[in-house]
Structures are given as structure tokens and as C-alpha cells.
Design a protein around this ligand. Sequence first.
Ligand code: FAD
Ligand code: DLZ
Ligand code: SF4
Length: 517
Amino acid sequence: MSGPVLVPILGDQLTRTLASLRGRNKDDTVILMMEVWDEATYVKHHKQKIVLVFSAMRHFAEELREAGWTVDYVRLDDPDNAGSFTGEVARAIERHDPRLVSVVEAGEWRVRQDMDQWADKFACEVEILRDDRFVCSQAEFDDWAKDRKELRMEFFYREMRRKTGLLMDDNEPAGGQWNYDSENRKPPKEGLAAPERPKFEPDGITREVIDLVQSRFGDHFGSLDRFEWPVTRDDAARAADAFFAERIECFGPYQDAMIAGQDDLFHSMLSTSINLGLLDPLELCRRAEQAYRDGKAPLNSVEGFIRQIIGWREYVRGFYFNQMPGLAEANALKATRPLPEFYWTGKTDMACLADCIRSTGDNAHAHHIQRLMVLGNFALLAGMEPQAVEDWFLVVYADAYDWVELPNVAAMILYADGGKLASKPYAASGNYINKMSNYCSGCRYKVSQKTGEGACPFNPLYWHFMARHRERFEKNPRIGRIYATWDRMGETKQREYLESAEAFLDTLGPAAEGWAR
Ligand code: FAD
Ligand code: DLZ
Ligand code: SF4
């Protein structure tokens, strides 16, 4: 065959140096980009996420055309749109009669399963290339994981530091330690405020997509009142510039802090751009390291940022493919409670949850510690069914893709994998939230009250959780000793905790159908 090479580029592959584009001849290549119904609706994504992906795709297509590439772009409202990646690639093969389909492996298991069928389905050669925007290949991760009883991010991270040379001085970690987390747990002090991050006004392309999403996905969760995400490589670069100039210094110390109404604090807010492919994660890490080497940012902040990216981000991706498809069904703690309605409406008297859910609806974002220690911690303690919680996290965040959301939710917050990813459950009482935020001072519940009407619900729920999973956690070296405290309380106090928790759990109504799927 003498036709061109067809290069399908998916919505989270918006990278000019993508493996399927490198070394290609522009005269001999047709790039295919597809807005498809299946991707927009496999869960009912937050409206901002659909706007983000479609707008970034449309901008990327323009950028490619300006650079001289031929782009065949299929819009959602194209009357012949087949509605799926496989259907659209099939139609494009008819249009272009390519000699080869060259595609980068999909990030999500579900899509990868379909893609693996393409070679059999289509009457032309198909090559699926490794996504080398990640430092660690799947073969490398599987090899690292294969003889280990427990997978721990910290050891994986050290391998990635050695592999990339990031923050390494002659084979030793810069500053003499691998991890500076102990310096990174500062509570928010009175009056703490972060500089405003740059906001990106919607341009004509984004406004057109906003109209499309309002009309086709108007019943999806979340607000479109403000849409401020970067949708181009240039804008994403500006967002990164502002982070390195203004916020990285405090990023480390206040990484775990929460302040009502301050939705971003010192976080980078770069996950949407990294996950779309607009920013190169390794380049960001090198910039962070340079800031440290130039004396412009402290080591604890820089190491913390780099660990999130070449540590956690790479680790959860390797873990996802290593554990799929079982991870999606995992429920080691046999949790069955339906997701309560207030996760969608934000209508709860718990000030911490209300603020995190408000930010989630307004911005399609909540920062890490809000996801982990408020929204996640509550779901864990209340024993919510993993698949319902996973759907929620996949729906509500603009940076959510199955490969990164599922391990964080199933394994990190819900312990549904039985402890393969994390050595202990991230369970905490109201004390932790009170220490790390200013939420409790504005809450109808009293964080200092342990049981009874008006007590912070996290307090009895914490003990209810620990008591009902005693058999599993008693021997855990990291939390087992908590049971000595429980035993010392005596039966009356224990009963008060358990009854308070149950009375509270009885008030949680299940969510109405139809929010997530
Ligand atoms: P920063 O705090 O500035 O961190 C810098 C970068 O590190 C992030 O942009 C991100 O790329 C990376 N990172 C940090 N933590 C993690 C992590 N645990 N896993 C993977 N990458 C990480 N992140 C997503 O990108 N998509 C998700 O769907 C997602 N779901 C999550 C669900 C739960 C329950 C939890 C606890 C965490 C989840 N995270 C997810 C990780 C993290 O919360 C977000 O990456 C972060 O809040 C994004 O904001 P930021 O860019 O300001 O991050
Ligand atoms: C998230 C998303 C959405 C909402 N829509 C599309 C789309 O129409 N076309 C597309 O190429 N990608 C979309 N995406 C991102 C994909 O879901 C993502 O690329 C795959 O799931 C990765 O396996
Ligand atoms: Fe959250 Fe409890 Fe504090 Fe209220 S008192 S904000 S429920 S931790």
C-alpha cells in the first residue's frame, strides 16, 4: 500500500514530541483527532473537564496545522461521527487508505483493550507505541514490582531519582536525605495567603466549546460559571512560570494545609496541563531542581514537588497497569455504603466537606490533602462502596483519568487493594483536620467533642472504622498500637463511640441515581 501514515492522537496526548509524531514526514502523515460521545459519557464528567479536553484538542489541532501538519479533526456534532475511537479510526481508514496506523498506547485500561483489537479489525498495519512521556515503562515497573511482597512508593521513587539524576550529587541524594516531608507539614498560620495564580479567560474556541457543553452535557455535575484552565501549551507554560516564580517556595511547607475559600494555596495547579500532555513532567522537575541549585527555592519544597511527579505520579501509573483489571473491582474492606447525596450537592453541615465539595463543583479541582484527608478519609471511615467513590472522583476532577484516579482512590484512600500500595490506611479523626485547616472554627460540629449530638462526626467514625477492622489492622506495625488506646477506654466509652458513629451513619441518605453514569 502506498497511502499515508494515519496517526490518531487522543485527548490526553496533546504533545508535539509524541512518539507517533517523532521522525514522521509531514507530507506523508494524516493526524486524526476525534471528539467522540463514548469518551464524553463513559462517566458524566464535570462540565469543565469536557470543555478543557475539547478546547485543548481544538487548539492543539490548530497549532499542528500552523506547523504544517495535515489534521483530520472530527467534531462531536459531525453528523457521521461514529461515537467511538474504534469507529472513527475505521472511518478514517476508509477516507485516507493509510499504509500504517501509528498510535501511542492509551492511558486508560478500557481504551487500551479496544486499541489492542485494532490490528485484527483493520485491513492495514497497526503499530502501538509506548508512551515515553512517562519516565518508567510498564516493563520496568513490572520488573521492579515482581519479587516484592509490598510495593512502596518511597523505594520506587529512589530508583526514579537515580534513573533521572534529579537532585542527585555523585549518586547521593542532594542534601543527604531522600525525603524532606518532616519539614513539609506546617499548619496554616493566621493570615496565610498565596499569590493569585494566573487565570485564563476563554477565547473564541473555548467559548464555542462552552456553548456545546452547556447544550449537550448540561445535566453533568459542576459549574461552568468560571472556566480558567490553560488550554494551550503557551498558557500552560505561563501557569508553570507563575508557579516557579511565586509559589514554589511555600509549596513544600504548606502542602498539607487547608484554608476555607482558598482553593489553590501554594499548589502548582498544573495537573490538568501535565495530564493532557501540554507540559512535560520531567522538564518541570528539571526546572524545580534548577530553582534549588540557583538558590531560588528551598530543597524541601523542590524535593516535595519532584517526589509528587517522578514518585507518586509514575508510581500510581505503574501500579495501575500492574494491578488491572482486578484493581477496578477490589474491595478488601468489604465496604458497601452508597455514596451520600451530599457528595454531589455539598449540602452538609460538616464545614470541611462542604468547602471541598464547593471547590470541586466551582473549579473541577480540589487539592491533594482535601482529596485525601477530607473527602477520601470520610469515604474510608464511613465504609463507602469503592466503585461508587471511584466513579465520583473520576467524574468531578478536571485532571481525572482512570490510570491516576483509580489507584489514588481504590488503593490510597480506601485501602480496597488490601494494602498493596500503602502500608496503612489514611484514617484520621477530626483532630487532624483541625490541626491542618481553619475549617473547624466555622463548623456546627465541635471538633473537641468526641461523642454524642454535636460531636465532630470524624471522631466517632474513626473509632468505628478501627474497631470494625481490628482483625486486619491490629498487627499492622504502623497503626496496630492504636488498639491499646481503644482497650484502655473501657466498655462504656467504647459503646458511646460506636453508638454515636452509627447514629450519624443512619442520617446519610444515598445519592439519587444518575449523577455519575
Ligand atoms: P501539586 O500539589 O502541585 O503537585 C504537583 C504534581 O504532582 C501534580 O500536578 C500531579 O501531576 C502530581 N501528583 C501529586 N500527587 C499525586 C498523586 N497522588 N498521584 C499522581 N500524581 C500526583 N491527580 C490527578 O492528576 N488526577 C486524578 O484523577 C487524581 N485523583 C486523585 C484522587 C485522590 C483520592 C487523591 C488523594 C489524589 C488524586 N490525585 C489525582 C493526585 C493529586 O491530588 C492531584 O494531582 C493534585 O491535587 C493536582 O493539583 P496540582 O497540580 O496543584 O498538584
Ligand atoms: C476525557 C476525554 C473526553 C471527555 N473526550 C475525549 C474525546 O472526545 N476525544 C478524545 O480523544 N479524548 C477524550 N478524552 C480523553 C480520553 O478519555 C483519553 O484520551 C483516553 O481515555 C485515554 O485512554
Ligand atoms: Fe470537619 Fe469535624 Fe472540623 Fe466540622 S468539626 S470542619 S466536621 S473536622
